[in-house]
Design a protein around this ligand. Structure first.
Ligand code: PRP
Length: 174
């Protein structure tokens, strides 16, 4: 399959450092920031981002699954794996590799907000604005990308290419 690099390793690493610096500044007064990675795709971004932060932080994970019933417009998100930690009164940052329709991030934002944290914000490495189906607030965004199938840096095609150090578009038909 043909791969075309969209965001190089150097560009990703530079942007991750910028986002980490911004987040570190914004939470400089917080006792702790709980980073919630959304499995599986966010694991590499979360690993790099968390190691660049200069504030007290802890790592948690959640997993969700999407059902589209063959119909993109009515797809729904279901929780598959929950947090192990009570987030009441804590600062929470949801970390995603990609925001596509926006449904996953909205679902998680509402779910976590109901648990009475001190704050819930969102961070995503990439977003496809052309694919948005619901309005989504992304507090920290790495890059906007075109509506192509993308792999690398956590993103997969049929579980392949997740560990590439860059993000590339892929043409599954080629
Ligand atoms: C991807 C990504 C987000 C979600 C975004 O996960 O990691 O969680 O899709 O899509 P949305 O904005 O349309 O809701 P995916 O379902 O591919 O699972 P994976 O992370 O395990 O690969």
């Amino acid at each position: 399959m043909d791969l075309e690099v969209l965001i190089s390793e150097a560009e990703i690493q530079r942007r991750v450092r910028e986002l980490a610096a911004e987040i570190s500044r914004d939470y400089a007064q917080a006792d702790e920031l709980i980073l919630v990675g959304v499995l599986k795709g966010a694991f590499i971004f979360l690993a790099d981002l968390s190691r660049c932060l200069t504030i007290p932080r802890s790592i948690e994970f959640m997993a969700v699954s999407s059902y589209d019933n063959g119909d993109q417009e009515s797809s729904a998100v279901r929780l598959v794996m929950d947090l192990r930690k009570n987030i009441e009164g804590k600062h929470v940052l949801v970390v995603e590799d990609i925001v596509d329709t926006g449904r996953t991030l909205n679902f998680l934002g509402e779910l976590l907000a109901a648990r009475k944290p001190e704050s819930v914000k969102t961070c995503a490495l990439v977003r496809k604005p052309d694919r948005a189906r619901v309005e989504t607030e992304i507090d920290y965004l790495g890059f906007e990308i075109p509506d192509a199938w993308v792999v690398g840096y956590g993103l997969d095609y049929d579980e392949q290419n997740r560990t590439l150090p860059y993000i590339a578009s892929i043409n599954p038909a080629s």
